[in-house]
Design a protein. Structure first.
Length: 368
C-alpha cells in the first residue's frame, strides 16, 4: 500500500497541509512539540477511523476550529486507486468515506490500509496494564480478520451486560446471567484461538528481529496467558460467580488475557534498561509488520516510526537502520529531531525519499 497524497485541515495543531509523498521514505524533521507526531497520527486515523492517542474525536480538532478533514489518496500493491476521506463538524458525528461512498459501519474500513505505528507511547506495552498488551494483539488481528472485530464487540457487549447484573442490589435473573455467560464463552473462545495462533506465529519472527538489533547479545520470549487455558471458559466464568457478585464485575474471561514479556528468564519490566525496553517494543512492532505483510492480502502495510532512535546506543541504531532500509518494508514515515540518524539511512541507499520540516504545525517540503 502506498499513500501518494495526504490532505489535512484542522487536525490537532495542523491548520492546513497538503503533501505529495515519496513511495519509499518520508522524513519529518522538527523540534519536540511542533506537530511531527500529529502528522503521523493523521495517517493512522485514516487507517483506523480514530486517533492513536485521543479516545474522543472532538479532541483531535484544532482548538479554534469547528471541523476537521483528512483525505488520503492511495495506491494498492495491485495498482488500484483508493481514496479515503474523513470529515467531522464539532458536535456531530464523523463521516468516513471510501471512494466517495460512506461506510455503514466503521469496522468495514479496518484493514483496507494496513499500518503499524511505532511511537514512544509504546513503552506502556511493558510498564502498563494488561489492556495495553491485549490492544497490541487486537490491533493487528483486526486488520486482516473482520469476524474477529465482531467477536470482540459481541464479547464486550455481553461482558458489560453481565457486569451490570453483578452490580445490582437484588439477585440477578439466573437465566439471563447464564445466557450472557454462554455468549462470553462462545465469543471468548473464538478470540482466544485467534490470539493464540497469532502469538505462536509472531514469536519466532520477533525473536529473530530482536537478535538482529542486539547482535545476539540477549534472549527474549513472549508467553500468552489466558483463562481459556484452564478448561471450558463457561465453567471458568461460572465457577466464581459468587465472588464476581461481591466484587461487582467479572473476574474471568478473555478481557483478562495478557502477554508475559521476558528478557532472559525474567519479566522485562523488572530487568530491562531503557534501551532494551525500546528494542523489545520496536522488535515486537516490526514482527507485527512482517506478520501483517504476509496475511493482509497483497497490501504491504505502511510503517510509521516516531522518534525511534532516542535512548538507543549507536550499534542498535545501525542495525535498525539496516533493517528498515531493506526490501521487506514498503512506504515508511519517520520523524526525528535532527537529521543525523536519517542521513545514515539515506547514505548509500538508492531508494526515493522526501524530507519535510515541521514547525508550529506547518509542514514544508525541503529541497536537498
Amino acid at each position: 500500500m502506498q499513500l501518494n497524497k495526504l490532505s489535512i485541515i484542522n487536525y490537532k495543531n495542523i491548520e492546513a497541509a497538503t503533501l505529495n509523498l515519496s513511495a519509499k521514505l518520508n522524513c519529518f524533521i522538527g523540534h519536540n512539540g511542533e506537530g511531527k507526531t500529529n502528522l503521523l497520527d493523521a495517517v493512522y486515523y485514516l487507517s483506523f477511523c480514530r486517533s492513536a492517542f485521543n479516545p474522543k474525536d472532538s479532541e483531535v480538532m484544532r482548538h479554534e476550529a469547528d471541523y476537521f478533514v483528512l483525505e488520503g489518496d492511495y495506491t494498492t500493491d495491485n495498482k488500484d486507486k483508493e481514496q479515503v476521506y474523513c470529515g467531522m463538524k464539532r458536535g456531530s458525528k464523523k463521516h468516513f468515506k471510501r471512494n466517495k461512498k460512506e461506510y455503514k459501519r466503521l469496522s468495514m474500513h479496518i484493514g483496507l490500509v494496513p499500518l503499524i505505528f511505532v511511537s514512544p507511547a509504546d513503552a506502556t506495552l511493558i510498564d502498563g496494564g494488561s489492556e495495553e498488551r491485549r490492544r497490541l494483539m487486537d490491533v493487528v488481528i483486526s486488520q486482516y480478520d473482520t469476524p474477529y472485530i465482531e467477536d470482540l464487540n459481541r464479547y464486550n457487549k455481553a461482558l458489560q451486560q453481565r457486569n451490570k447484573l453483578l452490580k445490582q442490589e437484588e439477585e440477578p435473573d439466573a437465566t439471563l446471567m447464564e445466557l450472557l455467560e454462554m455468549q462470553m464463552a462462545e465469543y471468548g473462545e473464538a478470540i482466544y484461538k485467534k490470539r493464540a495462533a497469532f502469538v505462536e506465529e509472531l514469536t519466532p519472527v520477533f525473536q529473530r528481529i530482536y537478535q538482529t538489533i542486539c547482535e545476539n547479545r540477549e534472549q527474549v520470549s513472549l508467553e500468552y496467558v489466558s483463562h481459556c487455558q484452564r478448561g471450558s471458559l463457561v465453567d471458568v466464568i461460572q465457577r466464581d460467580r459468587a465472588k464476581d457478585r461481591i466484587m461487582g464485575y467479572s473476574l474471568h474471561g478473555v478481557h483478562k488475557d495478557d502477554l508475559v514479556m521476558k528478557l532472559g528468564d525474567y519479566p522485562i519490566r523488572r530487568e530491562g534498561s531503557q534501551g532494551q525496553n525500546k528494542t523489545y517494543v520496536l522488535a515486537l512492532k516490526l514482527a507485527q509488520f512482517d506478520f501483517l505483510r504476509r496475511t493482509s492480502g497483497n497490501n504491504t502495510p505502511l510503517l510509521l516510526l516516531d522518534d525511534i532512535f532516542d535512548k538507543l546506543d549507536s550499534s542498535r541504531v545501525e542495525q535498525i537502520v539496516r533493517l528498515v532500509s531493506g526490501d521487506d518494508f514498503g512506504q515508511i514515515f519517520i520523524t526525528d529531531t535532527n537529521r543525523d540518524h536519517l542521513d545514515k539511512i539515506l547514505h548509500g541507499s538508492s531508494f526515493s525519499y522526501k524530507l519535510f520540516s515541521v514547525e508550529g504545525g506547518e509542514i514544508k517540503e525541503k529541497e536537498e
